[in-house]
Design a protein around this ligand. Structure first.
Ligand SMILES: Nc1nc2c(ncn2[C@@H]2O[C@H](COP(=O)(O)OP(=O)(O)OP(=O)(O)O)[C@@H](O)[C@H]2O)c(=O)[nH]1
Ligand SMILES: [Mg+2]
Length: 632
């Protein structure tokens, strides 16, 4: 290109773009957050980031730079959908997007061998590269010495040590970004890339070995403490016992730790309700506020402490590095039903919510294995089912100690409900892998992360984000649905010669009565029928609707304790058990269906999912209702 031609080009307005590329779990997202002030999810296992995320950083010279965070990969020879995202962004093949102007290769300084191989592969692209040697704190602690100047000279790229999790730990990288982007625009042609041959790979390997020999003393064995802990935690017997103990403790804590704050919230909501009751005159507005909004939204908000306790456990497990080990421990079990070992993390994420769980399945290479994982992810008990479970347990399960006083009966029932979800997921996988998704099972290959102490700030931020999501949902979707439900449940009003509560004659009552024959075989009264329909939008809405319905039916205060009381009075035990069985399989929410549509590129699989889950829910509720009615 001649000098004149380039001078004639209009100056580029948009900021330079740099992409963070590196092996899984080397700290790319932690760096991204440090550079851009974002709060993307950071956790100590491979495959946390499965999408491309962007943010902006401002360099020390005041230059605005767009930063792109990417899923981890070992090579551009992408094998799984998350790796394809990285390949496409780096090569400028991502829809409507040019390739980045420069690459920041992020490498875990304690584990350079695999990381450097990717750097050498990326160098072939001809794009400006900076190598960020991240986790330098951990490398120092392990006594691993890296000669940064020689490394930079041998690779022919600038190398900067970073500690993404320490304040000021990315200052050197920002300075280098300034220097690199100043010259980066000159080579913005599309990259040419072809898959490295096995000969290329051998050459890369040799190059890495000679670099390591010259630049690194102690290429880094896993630290001794990690090895010692792993002899117990990865033990086929003790390891499994430990895993079950952790899960058991988690369910017990969801009840025990959350009890006091739940009472506080209950009291506060009751106080607001009393205030409205005494301040406003009796009438439609007061009913809308107390029976519709306060009873409806309040009966959902009260579960915030339980959700936070559950997330506390998940966040701590994710941060320590234990999750990847649990995946290894359960690999045999998962293999037994034909599931890929990599399905463990998506399934575990689904305990929080099926949406990130379904997305995490992107790390599975094989399409059949990925689809099988996606199809069973919503069977894992997501946190939106907690309110339903807890409400019914509070209403029907006495709080008495069992197993010699070690645990409470409610905690045990909760554990059993979660176990039922897991067992049904495994059974469905077993059937799917022998019918629709046949195929050989691939072995689980996953690097085990080093154990790390959870960073209290990360855990606090994670909980804060969770609380925000939960309360926003309560304040928007659930709030709006409750207003609609209140209108449906209040109008038309009761006729003059009414013998039943007014709600019986309302639109909601009519809908409920219309659906009643369909649900009578499984023991559901019309009130449940009314709650199940909006419950598809978001499962916990069903609890809110029951709150409103029973408040309008005039059976008391309708806050948590009294809603449970109202249910205990109006429903038989077989009905309650059938509803619990229904919710183990409950048709998944709209958010899950739409993410499955996106991940599978069509409506076919979400339709199959909806149909099979509703059939299972109906079947399970039917069996439970009949058996319980016969026995009790
Ligand atoms: N000690 C130490 N830990 C770090 C550093 N950077 C990141 N970590 C930790 O390393 C783990 C992985 O960090 P992430 O940022 O999620 O890694 P990632 O490369 O984005 O991982 P994927 O998205 O799974 O590819 C987390 O537990 C971080 O807290 C660092 O500089 N020092
Ligand atoms: Mg990440």
């Amino acid at each position: 290109m001649s000098v004149q031609a380039s001078a004639a080009q209009p100056p580029r307005i948009e900021p330079p773009r740099i992409a963070l590329v590196g092996n899984p779990n080397c700290g790319k997202t932690a760096l991204f957050n440090a550079l851009t002030g974002s709060r993307q999810k950071v956790a100590n296992y491979p495959g946390v980031t499965v999408e491309r995320k962007t943010g902006h950083a401002v360099s020390p010279l005041g230059r605005r730079v767009q930063v792109i965070d990417l899923p981890g990969t070992y090579s551009l020879r992408a094998r799984s959908p998350d790796e394809e995202v990285t390949r496409d962004v780096v090569l400028g093949r991502f829809a409507h997007e040019e390739g980045p102007d420069a690459l920041v290769c992020v490498a875990d300084a304690t584990n350079l061998r695999l990381n450097l191989r990717l750097v050498i592969e990326l160098k072939r692209l001809g794009r400006p590269i900076i190598l960020a040697l991240n986790m330098m704190d951990a490398a120092d602690k392990r006594g691993c010495r890296i000669d940064v100047a020689t490394l930079s000279a041998m690779l022919g790229v600038p190398v900067v040590p970073t500690v993404a999790i320490r304040s000021g730990g990315v200052a050197g990288l920002l300075n280098q970004i300034d220097r690199t982007v100043a010259s980066a625009f000159e080579c913005a042609e599309p990259c040419s890339w072809s898959e490295p041959s096995s000969r290329d790979l051998r050459a890369y390997h040799q190059e890495v070995e000679s670099i390591l020999a010259r630049c690194v003393t102690d290429a880094g064995l896993p630290p001794l403490a990690t090895q010692r802990v792993d002899t117990i935690l990865l033990h086929p017997v003790f390891g499994l016992l430990f895993l079950f103990a952790v899960l058991f403790l988690m369910f017990q804590a969801v009840f025990a730790w959350a009890a006091a704050p739940m009472e506080l919230i209950d009291g506060a909501i009751g106080g607001v309700k009393d205030w409205v009751d005494t301040t406003l005159p009796d009438g439609a507005l007061r009913s809308l506020l107390t029976d519709g909004i306060i009873a409806g939204v309040g009966s959902v908000v009260i579960f915030l402490p339980q959700i936070l306790v559950l997330f506390f456990f998940i966040l701590v497990l994710e941060a320590t590095g234990y999750l990847a080990r649990a995946a290894f421990l359960l690999d045999r079990l998962m293999g037994g039903v034909g599931l890929h070992g990599r399905a463990f993390i998506p399934l575990l994420s689904s305990f929080a919510c099926a949406v990130p769980g379904v997305m995490a399945a992107r790390t599975i290479e094989n399409r059949a294995d990925r689809l099988a994982t996606i199809m069973i992810a919503p069977l894992m008990t997501c946190s939106a089912r907690l309110p339903v479970y807890t409400l019914l347990i509070a209403a029907f399960v006495p709080d008495k100690p069992v197993l010699g006083g070690m645990v409470g009966l409610p905690g045990l029932v909760m554990f059993a409900l979660y176990a039922a979800g897991i067992l049904s997921a495994l059974s469905v996988a077993f059937v799917l892998k022998r019918t629709v998704f046949k195929g050989a099972r691939e072995p689980l290959l996953m690097e085990l992360p080093a154990y790390r102490l959870p960073n209290p700030r990360d855990i606090a931020l994670g909980l804060f984000e969770r609380a925000k999501v939960f309360l926003t949902r309560a304040g928007t979707t659930i709030f709006a649905l409750m207003i609609v439900m209140w209108f449906l449940a209040s109008f038309p009003g009761a006729p003059a010669d009414a013998t039943e509560p007014a709600i019986h004659y309302s639109a909601a009552g009519m809908i409920g009565h219309a659906l009643e024959p369909l649900l009578a075989p499984i023991g559901f009264p019309w009130q449940i029928a009314v709650a199940l329909v909006p419950g598809i939008a978001a499962r916990e809405v069903a609890v809110g609707v029951l709150g409103t319905i029973y408040a309008l039916s005039g059976s008391g205060e309708a806050l948590h304790a009294s809603l449970a009381g109202a249910l205990a009075e109006s429903w038989s035990l077989p009905t309650a058990l059938a509803l619990l069985a229904w919710y183990v399989f409950a048709p998944q929410c709209l958010a899950t269906l739409s993410v499955v549509r996106r991940e599978t590129n069509g409506w076919f699989w979400p339709a199959v999912m909806f149909a099979y889950m509703i059939a299972l829910a109906y079947g399970a509720a039917f069996v439970v209702f009949r058996v319980a009615s016969g026995l009790l």
